[in-house]
Ligand binder design. Sequence first.
Ligand code: HEM
Length: 217
Amino acid sequence: MKTWIHTHWRAILLNTLGLAALLAVTRLPRASQFSGVSEPMVAAGIWAARFLLITLAITPLNTVFGWRSLLRLRRTAGLWTFAFAALHFGYYVWDSKASWLQTPIPNTAAAIGLAALLILTALAVTSTNAAQRRMGKWWTRLHKLVYAAGVLGLVHGLLETGNKFVAMNQPESANEIWLYLGLLAALLAVRIPPLRRYMAGLRHRRTPAAPAAGEVA
Ligand code: HEM
């Protein structure tokens, strides 16, 4: 048991965060809403953005600090992102009732959000080991779209901070999304090959190779 917890504590922490957030979101009052936009609907969108950032931060954290054990958590973090995005969309469609069917894409911000959700759905559906084996190099190509989902999801979130309900009930969300856009820019920058090599070089300088037998440290 002790060894199991020792090996899986990061996954336990991530899933506990996901479950706690899910509980917090679904307990928010849904009564007050404006054209399908309610407190839990917006909160689910914000949690989708947070988990998207966690997902995108895992590879750079390994590059900069060498935390390889985190790489196994990318799929779990990605699935939490999809779960919150789907919940966000589900609340919206359910609460807007027939009006969503009449105008499924009311504006550019909505179109951008739908594009992000479509990408996240494709990534979630193909997240299994079997899909990875079957798709070969196409799997890697498809999963690179997670960066596009990050940009689209956050740009959509930023545009939606102008929505009447969001501006009145969660005005602080605009600052939060700006902060996330800044973090996203930094996470994308670390992936540029020369910068990635530089960061990896810094890590190797911090942790020099162990001296060979007989060598003075
Ligand atoms: C990864 C993150 C996100 C995804 C994938 C996403 C996706 C979506 C989708 C698919 C819709 C429905 C569009 C339609 O068919 O009309 C939507 C609507 C909406 N989202 Fe998001 N969203 C995300 C984050 C956010 C955030 C962070 C906010 C809050 C600031 C937000 C606020 C809204 C609002 C207010 C609407 C209603 C749109 C309208 O009435 O025009 N979303 N989102």
